[in-house]
Write a protein that binds this ligand. Structure first.
Ligand code: AMP
Length: 140
């Protein structure tokens, strides 16, 4: 028996570990503005960073505190996130709540514009966290 044929002796390339949504999948769209914020290619005022999410200040705030909470993984909108990464939904909401507390908000409004008809303009899913002023209802 040749040395390389010994039972139990593995030779050659080992499998590359694949990482999924359940862990720390890193898939990015190079054309996506928010993916470029995640990667650091576009500057932003980062308030919180976790293995799965990034929180940063909205560049055109509509309230004294206006945070955006995004998954690191590229998902086009909330429907895409729910369909492909349902486990991240609660994680993002919890991250938003912690970021609001850390920003000193005792109350806040959380908004997701899901799709162009709802007002979405950046197609990497994000939660808006708005606070620091009284909110009115209904929203526009
Ligand atoms: P939406 O209209 O719900 O898609 O929200 C997109 C948000 O992204 C808007 O509130 C914008 O002001 C914000 N935004 C766009 N570009 C940037 C940027 N480079 N840094 C931070 N916020 C941004």
């Amino acid at each position: 028996m040749e040395r390389d044929e010994e039972p139990g002796l593995e030779v050659g390339p080992q499998p590359v570990q694949s990482v999924t949504d359940a862990g720390m999948e890193v898939t990015a769209d190079p054309e996506c503005l928010f993916c470029r914020i995640v990667s650091g290619q576009v500057p932003a005022t980062i308030e919180r960073s976790t293995p799965v999410a990034v929180v940063f200040r909205d560049v055109r705030p509509v309230a004294p505190t206006h945070l955006l909470v995004i998954p690191r993984v590229h998902r086009r909108d909330l429907s895409d996130l729910v369909a492909r990464s349902p486990g991240l939904v609660g994680e993002l909401v919890a991250t938003a709540d912690m970021a609001a507390s850390a920003a000193g908000l005792t109350g806040y409004r959380m908004v997701v514009n899901n799709g162009a008809s709802a007002g979405q303009t950046v197609f990497h899913v994000h939660l808006h966290v708005l606070g620091g002023r009284p909110m009115t209802w209904p929203p526009g």
